[in-house]
Design a protein around this ligand. Structure first.
Ligand code: GLV
Ligand code: MN
Ligand code: MN
Length: 405
């Protein structure tokens, strides 16, 4: 089987590691993640890497080089609920493939390569994103250990049950010689490359994002006996807010805002909803405009709550500024694309990536791979073997260019 085909097959294989049958759901520190790491660890060893797990639960494969320095490659192995096969795993599998090539050719570069298969990028289980890459970058917030998942399990206990040591997450921080950089291959998750008929594109920047949890508290009441004008329905307040979010973001250039989760309590057909908690995700490539927008949306939530006589609690879960990719790595990736005879296009990422968290540690670069219809966070995610072949070639050529620096 060819290397690009192996990469595709591996992404398909990882799809079997899931918490749900018939769908891909692979949260942080879950048995599904253990399954994914076991096979990915075998692939890393096959490619000549020494493999270890760190305290937060990342899988790390190291391919020694002739010198002391290290170039970091990677992406994440966790997923959203009912995910596609490629968001995350493609970047891990392509990185392993590039190392496999070096190993097969008995080639040593002047630097070591460490492939980082991050344990949490999506934040599905605990709401907070980039747990794995933040630990490596040294920006993991220890207060996050007290977060609880939907079953009431703390992150501290989840990490311990997975085999890590929550008291030693600071040890996961990169130490020793500063890395040469971090490069991540990822599906585009958008329509640009397909529209331009390009297999790959070089990422210029990763748009900033923030997440909030917002709770409207009304009063649970009997659905049959409580007159309509006597209700304090938390779900109706939340619904008005959801519409306001769509309307506001829709009329602001470059702004995207999403309510993706809604918990209705007590959640019965014959009870007026007493409490609703929802998620709010706000993104813009311009940090100042994103901040202005999120402030406005939280004000809107307060106005709705006041008007409808319900309580409001807001809690910011995360904030990540827009991260420009390193011009040095953008230039090497662009050169690699050009060397392989493809046109070079730079594009910004609206999606978040581990590279954003890694940027506080080292210079970051990203290569996007075209995906069908620009569809992602959906089981219909699809890439072609031909495009994956281009991505492996570009990453291999990128390694050669870095070696020549
Ligand atoms: C990650 O996929 C994100 O952008 O939310
Ligand atoms: Mn994702
Ligand atoms: Mn991703």
């Amino acid at each position: 089987m060819t290397l690009p085909r192996i990469v595709i097959e591996r992404c398909h294989y990882l799809a079997r590691c899931s918490e749900e049958t018939g769908a891909i759901t692979r949260p942080f520190a879950s048995e599904a993640m253990r399954c994914a790491q076991e096979v990915a660890g075998d692939w890393m060893r096959e490619a000549g890497m020494a493999v270890r797990s760190d305290n937060v639960g990342n899988l790390r494969g190291r391919f020694e080089g002739a010198g002391e320095t290290t170039l970091l490659l990677g992406s994440h192995l966790d997923s959203v609920r009912n995910a596609g096969k490629y968001d995350g795993p493609l970047g891990v599998a392509v990185a392993i493939a590039a190392v496999q090539r070096l190993h097969d050719a008995a080639r040593r570069l002047p630097f070591a390569i460490e492939v980082l298969a991050f344990a949490d990028e999506e934040g599905l289980r605990f709401g907070s994103t980039y747990l794995g890459s933040r630990a490596v970058a040294g920006t993991f917030d220890l207060a996050d250990l007290d977060r609880i998942d939907a079953d009431g399990v703390t992150m501290r206990d989840a990490i311990r049950a997975f085999g890590g040591d929550p008291e030693r997450i600071e040890d996961d921080r990169w130490s020793g010689e500063p890395p040469l950089g971090y490069c991540e291959v990822h599906i585009e998750q958008g329509p640009v490359l397909e529209a331009r008929n390009l297999a790959v594109g070089v990422v210029s920047a990763i748009a900033g994002q923030e997440r909030h949890r917002i709770t409207f508290t009304g009063e649970a009441a009997h659905a049959g006996t409580t007159p309509m004008d006597k209700r304090r329905d938390a779900l109706v307040a939340a619904s008005v807010f959801v519409q306001a979010v769509e309307g506001y973001a829709g009329s602001s250039d470059g702004l995207v805002a999403t309510v993706g989760q809604l918990e209705v309590r007590p959640g019965a057909a014959n009870v007026v909803p007493g409490e609703v908690t929802l998620s709010l995700d706000v993104r813009h490539a311009d940090d100042a405009l994103r901040l202005m927008a999120s402030r406005r949306l939280l004000d809107v939530a307060a106005e709705i709550a006041k008007r409808r006589g319900v309580g409001l609690k807001t809690n910011q879960i995360s904030e990540d500024a827009t991260v420009p990719c390193s011009r040095r790595l953008v230039s090497s990736l662009s050169q690699a694309v050009r060397d392989l005879g493809h046109p070079v296009v730079e594009l910004a990422s609206g999606a978040g990536h581990d590279a954003a968290a890694m940027s506080t540690l080292t210079e970051v670069g990203m290569l996007f791979v075209r995906c069908k219809g620009g569809v992602s966070h959906n089981p219909a995610e699809s890439v072609t073997t031909e495009d994956v072949a281009v991505a492996i070639d570009v990453l291999s050529q990128f390694l050669e260019l870095v070696a020549q620096e």
